[in-house]
Design a protein around this ligand. Structure first.
Ligand SMILES: Nc1ncnc2c1ncn2[C@@H]1O[C@H](COP(=O)(O)OP(=O)(O)OP(=O)(O)O)[C@@H](O)[C@H]1O
Ligand SMILES: O=c1[nH]c(=O)c2[nH+]cn([C@@H]3O[C@H](COP(=O)(O)O)[C@@H](O)[C@H]3O)c2[nH]1
Ligand SMILES: NC(=O)CC[C@H](N)C(=O)O
Ligand SMILES: [Mg+2]
Length: 505
């Protein structure tokens, strides 16, 4: 039993599934055009039609397969999905005079979807079309100032539509609305992270069979959790490979080895510093750096496969944000090529095993907790695979990496010392190519500017800059300039994501 989500190309389709998971309900995402028999195989108790970039009145507008909307189960249309429901039932949809992007307040709301919800309702919008004529049998159950038809329902046929996105965190009461929909569908909310683990293990076993698996492990939460999961799923057929590419932080190689040993995974450390440094020599374009790093990772795994292999499969702790930012979603833009997704070379000889590809960081942390990963790894800030190379802006050099390593160490140790580490989701130091004039010991200096960045976020898709105390920032600035003589200026990044990203490259 499940809820089937038909995907019409929204940025947020995965978030609908994610909210259902949080509510303890199992759901499956299928392409918008999935045939009826495919949908029926999931035993759906309800259907969600997602948002999407098309307009329902376009010639080529995507549609659910024939028969889907004749099923006698509840249907919730979100944005494009609601517009489709309205049009299909004989209503009308037109480009609206006023578009809505971002926050909007509902001026009134009611009806089944909003049952039990009280007080102001802030809805996050992203549309330029609107329902201009209500189809027969439907009533309007919510409005905003600019959109008279913001939510609709037909109780008899159990068809519901919302123009806003209840699945994003910026619709704070959206979770309650989705819970109400699950209630209308009669879904039992007993789906848990334990279920997810069992399913992931079964999927891996089915995919891998008797094959041997090389796990790319970094000591971060995603790949360490994957190590525990794979140890359960494939046991002896697993070898974990940790690459020291020379882009790690101060003392990181030793720390990672010490942390991973007790987990009982069969670990091999590879020194690939010379190869990575040679390949990156003189390269300053961020995307080019990322592509080279992606390729060098694979080349290093291939070398290990010759020594310890053969391996049929390469396992990576890839998460959904890595995929969507590398333009892995339907119609999504390429923001940056994550080394493990968009940065992979075309001639990849391994088959990929990526069980976390549809999950978000906090969900992996929950799985980690259930698998018994120690808290110091589980709650560690993420550290990107390309490491310091994408924090040392422009062309890298040993000298610059060495400066950055010392700045980073002061900042991260400082956060721990002041008890601020756990309050941030990720913190990092960046070495900028900016040189500026300073005065130290009565002498003129002309040195580099370091930037510090700390963010708070759950899923790393959006983030706020962390409001670190001024006193702490003052101490950091002081320590960095005193201890790292190549730096004479420290700045703190006060930009959210969006518009910025977390990493500077
Ligand atoms: N130094 C490394 N050696 C081997 N594999 C790596 C290395 N760095 C990254 N990887 C691979 O790339 C994947 C993506 O890296 P990413 O940093 O997103 O995840 P992570 O390191 O597992 O977790 P975290 O996000 O907490 O740092 C990892 O899960 C791992 O499979
Ligand atoms: O393994 C990785 N390989 C990459 O190529 C990569 N790029 C960004 N990140 C991490 O992803 C999260 C979101 O980062 P951005 O806001 O900079 O895109 C943040 O946690 C980043 O540290 C990466 N991780
Ligand atoms: N986010 C959406 O689903 C948008 C639907 C439609 N393209 C509109 O602009 O109204
Ligand atoms: Mg990492």
């Amino acid at each position: 039993m499940s809820v089937v989500i038909l995907d019409f190309g929204s940025q947020f389709t995965r978030l609908i599934a994610r909210r259902f998971r949080e509510l303890g309900a199992y759901s499956v995402i299928l392409p918008g055009s999935a045939p009826l028999d495919r949908i029926l195989r999931e035993n759906p108790q309800g259907i969600v039609l997602s948002g999407g970039p098309s307009s329902v009145y376009d010639e080529a507008a995507p549609k659910p397969a024939p028969g889907v909307l004749d099923l006698d189960i509840p249907v919730l249309g979100v944005c494009y999905g609601m517009q489709y429901l309205a049009q299909q039932a004989g209503g009308d949809v037109k480009r609206a005079g006023k578009r809505e992007y971002g926050k909007a307040d509902l001026t009134q709301y009611g009806g089944q979807l909003f049952e039990g919800i009280q007080g102001e309702f802030v809805a996050w919008m992203s549309h330029s079309d609107s329902v201009t004529q209500l189809p027969e049998g439907y009533e309007v159950v919510a409005q905003t100032e600019d959109t008279p038809v913001t939510a609709i329902e037909n109780r008899e046929t159990r068809r519901y539509g919302v123009q806003f996105h209840p699945e994003v965190v910026h619709t704070p009461k959206g979770g309650q609305l989705l819970a109400n929909f699950l209630g209308i569908c009669g879904v039992t909310r007993d789906w848990t992270a334990e279920h997810i683990i069992d399913e992931l293990i079964a999927d891996v076993q089915a995919q891998v069979g008797d094959g041997r698996v090389l796990l790319a492990i970094s000591g971060g939460v995603d790949s360490s959790t994957l190590g525990l999961l794979l140890a359960k799923a494939v046991g002896e057929k697993l070898t974990a490979v940790f690459i020291d590419h020379g882009l790690l932080r101060l003392g990181e190689r030793e720390q990672v080895e010490a942390a991973l040993k007790p987990l009982g995974v069969n670990l091999v450390t590879v020194d690939a510093r010379a190869e990575f440094m040679a390949a990156l020599d003189g390269v300053s374009d961020p995307e080019q750096k990322r592509k080279i790093i992606g390729r060098e990772f694979i080349r290093a795994f291939e070398r290990e496969a010759r020594a310890y292999g053969p391996f049929d499969f390469l396992a990576q702790g890839t998460l959904y944000p890595d995929v969507i930012e590398s333009a892995g979603g339907e119609g999504a833009a390429n923001i940056k090529s994550h080394h493990n997704v968009g940065g992979l070379p075309d001639d990849l000889a391994f088959k990929l095993v990526e069980p976390f590809r549809t999950l978000f960081k906090d969900e992996v942390r929950e799985i980690a907790r259930l698998l018994g990963l120690p808290d110091h790894i589980r709650m560690r800030h993420p550290f990107p695979g390309p490491g310091l190379a994408i924090r040392c802006l422009g062309a890298i050099s040993e000298e610059k990496l060495d400066i950055l390593r010392r700045v980073d160490d002061i900042f991260i140790s400082g956060l721990r010392e002041f008890g601020l580490y756990d309050g941030c989701s990720q913190a990092l130091a960046i070495l900028t190519p900016i040189q500026s004039v300073g005065v130290m010991g009565d002498e003129r200096t002309y040195s580099y500017t370091a930037a510090l960045r700390a963010v708070t976020t759950d899923d790393f898709m959006t983030a706020e800059w962390a409001r670190l105390p001024y006193e702490f920032l003052a101490t950091m600035s002081n320590r960095i300039v005193n201890q790292v003589h190549e730096i004479n200026r420290v700045v703190y990044d006060i930009t959210g994501k969006p518009p910025a990203t977390i990493e500077w490259e």
